[in-house]
Design a protein around this ligand. Structure first.
Ligand SMILES: Nc1ncnc2c1ncn2[C@@H]1O[C@H](COP(=O)(O)OP(=O)(O)OP(=O)(O)O)[C@@H](O)[C@H]1O
Length: 406
């Protein structure tokens, strides 16, 4: 059987990055011959098989033909006559279209040269057939911008054409979310936003975030002034504080959505932006089918980030109610990520990256003190019904006060 290692595994090795999934392409075989050799078929849309021992993916070499709008309008053709080069030609970027066999590269589109030059370049004119590739370009930039990569100018031209053609709106939410969440888990999420803006595509994918650009903030708190730039800095700071964590990343991205709704005559102040942001955030989550865990932290960060910043000015009961709104007595794991998002917000400002953020530690300390008080302490006092809840609240407020001043 003739098989080649392809895609991310070859690319990442040439970049000197740790190896991820190893995908292979197989030439000259059929689904029947693969099954006869012990490979297990997976997936509905493409002829992909799992190796019986290693579990690695082996896909039959295939070509694709665009038959309709959107990324689903593809006719896949996989038979033993499809060559390796034809399979590589249908791929998105030259850096992803390199194959390797026995230590030798097969690189018909100059991917190794583009890796050397740190260029993200499309393979060929078929690039425009799948609108998801605009998002993939932005996602690879989030991953590789720190290594010095940029999008080739001719690729950017095609991305702009694709965005102008309107097909991005037809992507199913799951695919958009997959690229967005992977970008937020990458080292430089700001490059995802900037690449989409450069391609005039951010307004189609994340209109709520696009609307933040050009909205000014008070320069004494935000030397970067522009809210969109602030959000970029916050996302990159979140990626630094919580590497690979798209839950924290998504909350960082969306914590200030309300600032886009501040009436312009109130600029650069944004009174009540925490409250105003909840509705567009809920709409965004519904549209992209954002998983509950991401949604919950994002809603909490949007609502509470100012409260956490001024934690030392809040009354004990207000700290308690903040924790209760976050459901932090039943779900204690919610507080550490909230503290991280708030820290990213504070340090994601021009010139503030090295600021200390004691509020994050204090929030966790007060939360730890409050959750030490449990219902059985109260029930032991002979209380019943709603009185238990009220007594519990009072005891937790007292515990917060003691932790602060005791
Ligand atoms: N929409 C697409 N259009 C063209 N080629 C694609 C597309 N999606 C995936 N590919 C090809 O399949 C390979 C595997 O895709 P995948 O999404 O797993 O990314 P990857 O390159 O392996 O990166 P990662 O390390 O992030 O998983 C890519 O390297 C690329 O060659």
């Amino acid at each position: 059987m003739k098989s080649y290692l392809v895609g991310g595994a070859v690319r990442d090795r040439l970049l000197g990055l740790p190896p991820g999934d190893r995908d292979h392409v197989v030439v000259g075989e059929t689904a029947e011959s693969m099954r006869a050799a012990g490979f297990r078929p997976v997936g509905r849309d493409f002829p992909v098989f799992l190796h019986p021992d290693s579990g690695e993916e082996y896909a039959l070499a295939r070509t694709e033909r665009k038959t309709g709008r959107g990324y689903r309008g593809f006719e896949v053709h996989a038979d033993p006559s499809v060559t390796l080069e034809q399979d590589l030609e249908r791929r998105d970027f030259t850096i992803n279209a390199i194959a390797e066999v026995d230590g030798t590269l097969v690189d018909p589109f100059g991917g190794a040269r583009d890796i050397e030059a740190r260029v993200l370049r499309h393979v060929g004119p078929a690039f425009v057939e799948d609108p998801l590739r605009v998002l993939r370009a932005a996602r690879f930039m989030a991953r590789f911008a720190g290594l010095g990569f940029s999008v080739a100018p001719e690729t950017l031209v095609l991305m702009r054409e694709m965005a102008a053609g309107g097909e991005l709106a037809e992507l199913v939410p799951e695919r958009v979310w997959q690229e967005l969440s992977r970008a937020l888990a990458a080292p430089t999420p700001s490059a995802f936003l900037r690449t989409l803006r450069d391609a005039c595509a951010l307004s189609a994918v994340l209109p709520e975030v696009d609307a933040l650009y050009g909205v000014p903030q008070r320069a004494e708190y935000h030397p970067e002034v522009d809210t969109g730039v602030h959000v970029e800095l916050v996302c990159d700071m979140a990626a630094r504080l919580a590497p690979g964590d798209a839950v924290v990343g998504f909350a960082a991205l969306t914590h200030d959505l309300g600032k886009a709704l501040t009436p312009a005559d109130e600029w650069p102040k944004h009174i009540a932006h925490e409250r105003r942001g909840l509705k567009p955030l809920a709409a965004l989550c519904a549209r992209l089918k954002v998983p509950g865990v991401h949604r919950e932290l994002a809603m909490a960060a949007c609502r509470e980030h100012l409260n956490v910043h001024r934690l030392d000015q809040l009354r004990d009961s207000t700290v308690h109610d903040l924790l209760a709104r976050c459901d932090a007595f039943r779900r204690p794991e919610r507080i550490a990520p909230l503290a991280l998002v708030c820290e990213a917000d504070k340090r994601g400002r021009l010139g503030r990256a090295d600021d200390d953020y004691p509020q994050g530690r204090e929030l966790q300390r007060l939360h730890a003190a409050a959750i030490r008080v449990v219902a059985c302490d109260i029930i032991a006092d002979g209380l019943t019904g709603p009185a238990i809840g009220e007594a519990l609240r009072k005891a937790r407020i007292a515990a917060i006060g003691k932790a602060r001043r005791g």
